[in-house]
Write a protein that binds this ligand. Structure first.
Ligand code: 6PG
Length: 258
């Protein structure tokens, strides 16, 4: 499968690249279909991307915020005002600073526990007008990569990895002694564009394994992410790419095959 991998010299350059993909995709979707549905990533990496989107006044006014609908790829089992909440982070860094209608912000109510998964499936069905038997299709899914090669809340050796019919599940993550609500691989892979953003040397081994290692998705869940029809973009910084640079020449930095 061919992916579009770009290695940026440092984190700031990486976030600028991510912001460019976000803006370009959002503008195109609103121009073509009048709406942009994006699933945000959690964790720490996207924080700087969200801040860039909110604070870059030059480009911010160009964004069709009122036509954009925000969803999440996963959420921790905490209230929305908790420091660990993926919603809280995106609200603080971005959504509280831009004119997105409140009705266009669709957070996962993970504080409800396992029933939040069913509720979020209904939210997706209602908001994205999914035909019977079809899967919701995000215009853009943002994903991060854990040092253990997890993505969203698809963690190694957890039940959610083999879920092929539900759109959203409550995934018990024993090593974190928690349950997280996560979109499943079939929904993530139905996206039109998937953008992984990976920063830091601590992700180098995971990135190398996911891109070049043996296909073992139960151990390295990010390997599950193979879009059915859409684009798979990897935007990484040089630190994260430190173990793959030797395996690529300059020309192969875009559009490598894995
Ligand atoms: C989460 C994310 C998770 C994240 C990775 C990387 O809820 O934490 O969905 O998949 O993207 O754990 O996290 P960092 O960006 O903090 O390294």
């Amino acid at each position: 499968m061919r992916v579009d991998l770009e290695i940026r010299p440092d984190a700031q350059s990486l976030f600028r690249a991510g912001a460019e993909v976000f803006r370009r995709t959002a503008s195109r979707c609103v121009r073509e279909s009048g709406v942009f549905n994006v699933a945000l990533a959690g964790g720490n990496t996207p924080r700087a991307l969200y801040a860039l989107l909110a604070n870059d006044s030059e480009r911010r006014h160009a964004m069709p915020w009122k036509k954009m609908h925000f969803f999440w790829g996963d959420e921790r089992s905490v209230p929305p005002n908790h420091i660990d909440s993926n919603f809280c982070m995106a609200w603080d860094e971005l959504l509280s600073k831009v004119p997105v209608p409140q009705s266009n912000i669709h957070r996962i109510r993970a504080e409800l526990g396992r029933e939040a998964a069913l509720e979020y499936e209904q939210t997706l069905r209602h908001c994205m007008r999914v035909a019977d038997g079809a899967l919701p299709q995000f215009d853009l899914v943002l994903l991060g990569l854990g040092a253990d090669a997890h993505t969203a809340s698809l963690f190694p050796e957890t039940q959610a990895l083999t879920e092929m019919s539900r759109w959203v599940v409550a995934n018990t993550v024993s090593k974190l002694s928690t349950t997280r609500i996560t979109l499943t691989a079939p929904v993530l892979n139905n996206a039109a564009v998937i953008l992984f953003m990976v920063s830091g040397a601590d992700k180098a081994q995971a990135l190398r394994t996911v891109l070049h290692g043996k296909h073992q998705p139960n151990q390295f869940p990010a390997q599950l992410i193979r879009p059915h029809h859409g684009q798979l973009l990897w935007r990484v910084d040089a630190s994260a790419a430190s173990l793959i640079q030797g395996e690529m020449n300059h020309d192969a930095r875009r559009g490598i095959s894995v």
